[in-house]
Design a protein around this ligand. Structure first.
Ligand code: GLY
Ligand code: MN
Ligand code: MN
Length: 448
């Protein structure tokens, strides 16, 4: 971490925690609780073995403390007093237990180290009958005597507030983008040098300096036609016979906050390279639409209108762009949502909430995979990820219905070997305009 980032985090964590305490106190009061107990998460055992799956800390815990490796630990918060971290540090010689915390956030907490769950319970107030609990409902929880486990109304209020990031969180997200962009630069270099999917992932990991389980999601690294598999999870170790394209969707994490970045590259085909450039221009135009007060559903629908123009310019449709949208032809090529909230989770919570109390904002009809329907506010961080893909299943369906005559099938078969194109940036909505975390990160890397 650079000295300037360390200074920035030390300066902004206190106000972040103050804001978190204030909104949590409000949510507790509104939902009838006196205190909150948040669990970091359990180690999940692998069936019939004495191993566990890689630990994933729960987001409601890491919003308080950026401690990624602390299974069965707790944050206890009673409004009016300092939050308490009950850190589980078992005396274990099989595994290294959670590190003793250090750094910019530690002085803001009362920290108690315990060796097990029983001691964790003893480190909490005797009477938890007014306390709400959020986390895994592990076997010993009944003995804690909490008022309620995972009360929906409280979780909703806390989730709702998470969409707007504090300045501290924005610093973390900027750093996650910087690390992710460094991984992408290394991955692109590996692709140009002829690497396999697996080798490209290794380059990405090295570039961002993280192991796979530290990343916010498993990288999607797809050569050629595999770019059409939206969440492609295979990393081929053998090189393909021919190399046409790379679609890489991969992000890094910093202090619990994610980046989510996609780039697409042509190996050696001017026609496909031009289509990528066209998509890049369209993605930038969509980024320019992002500002506070804009309804994300309108951005999604605008993306379909612009996609139809790209399809026309690429000679992929035999009708007007307006007809292509009307007949759901654009959904054949762009079946996913145009973006989502980003933060402690790669697909962050609260995307459909009408307000803190209840009520959801529905998706536009015919767009079942959109993950965000809210009006943007300053502090929201969203992804912008238009794409066009040549997806067998969707093309087959379109060929069998009234859309068959609207699609230029010979052009589709010419381009199918490239899989698809997605370009994805992370955007922070400001009071005026927008900050493109991803493009800023690539630019500052290029400037050295
Ligand atoms: N990486 C998954 C997504 O872009 O939503
Ligand atoms: Mn992505
Ligand atoms: Mn995304």
């Amino acid at each position: 971490m650079s000295a300037s980032l360390a200074t920035e985090l030390a300066r902004t964590f206190g106000p972040h925690l103050e804001a978190l305490c204030a909104r949590t106190a409000h949510a507790l009061e509104k939902s009838g609780f006196k205190a909150l107990l948040v669990h970091s998460g359990s180690l999940l055992p692998v069936f019939e073995d004495d191993r566990t799956y890689a630990f994933e800390v729960h987001a409601p815990f890491k919003v308080w403390v950026p401690q990624a490796e602390a299974p069965d630990s707790f944050v206890y918060f009673a409004p009016g007093s300092r939050p308490r971290l009950v850190l589980n540090q078992p005396d274990d010689y099989w595994y290294k237990s959670a590190a003793t915390p250090e750094g910019y956030w530690v002085r803001h907490f009362e920290i108690v180290s315990v060796p097990d769950l029983e001691a964790a319970r003893a480190a909490l107030p005797k009477d938890l009958s007014g306390c709400a609990y959020i986390g895994d409902e592990f076997p010993g929880l009944a003995a804690f005597g909490v008022a309620a486990a995972n009360p929906r109304a409280l979780i909703r209020r806390l989730d709702y507030a998470r969409a707007a990031k504090t300045p501290y969180e924005l610093s973390c997200l900027r750093e996650a983008s910087r690390l992710g962009a460094a991984g992408h630069v290394a991955a692109a270099e590996a692709f140009r040098a002829g690497a396999t999917e697996f080798e490209i992932e290794l380059a990405f990991l090295r570039g961002c300096g993280q192991r796979e389980q530290e990343l916010p999601y498993n990288p999607i690294i797809a050569l050629n036609a595999m770019g059409a598999v939206l969440h492609y999870q295979v990393l081929q170790k053998a090189p393909p016979a021919e190399r046409y394209s790379l679609l890489i969707d991969a992000g890094a994490e910093f202090a619990g906050y994610a980046s989510d970045i996609t780039r697409t590259y042509a190996a050696d085909d001017a026609d496909f390279a031009a289509l990528i450039a066209r998509m890049d221009g369209m993605q930038r135009a969509l980024c320019d639409q992002v500002r506070a007060g804009v309804d994300w559903r309108d951005i999604h629908l605008k993306a379909h209108a612009l996609t139809a123009e790209v399809l026309r310019d690429a000679d992929l449709i035999l009708c007007s762009p307006a007809e292509a949208v009307e007949a759901h032809v654009t959904s054949v090529f762009l079946p996913h949502g145009i973006g989502h909230l980003l933060g402690l989770e790669v697909h962050d919570v609260g995307g459909f909430m009408a307000d803190a109390e209840g009520g959801e904002i529905g998706r536009p009809e015919g767009h079942p995979y959109l993950r965000l329907t809210r009006v943007l506010e300053p502090g929201f961080v969203v992804t912008m990820e238009p794409g066009i893909y040549f997806i067998d299943q969707l093309l087959k369906a379109a060929r069998a219905d009234s859309r068959a005559g609207l699609i230029n099938w010979s052009r589709v078969s010419q381009l199918s070997r490239f899989g698809g194109i997605r370009i994805e940036d992370d955007l922070a909505v400001q009071a005026k305009g927008v900050e493109n975390l991803t493009r800023d990160a690539f630019r500052s890397l290029a400037q050295g």
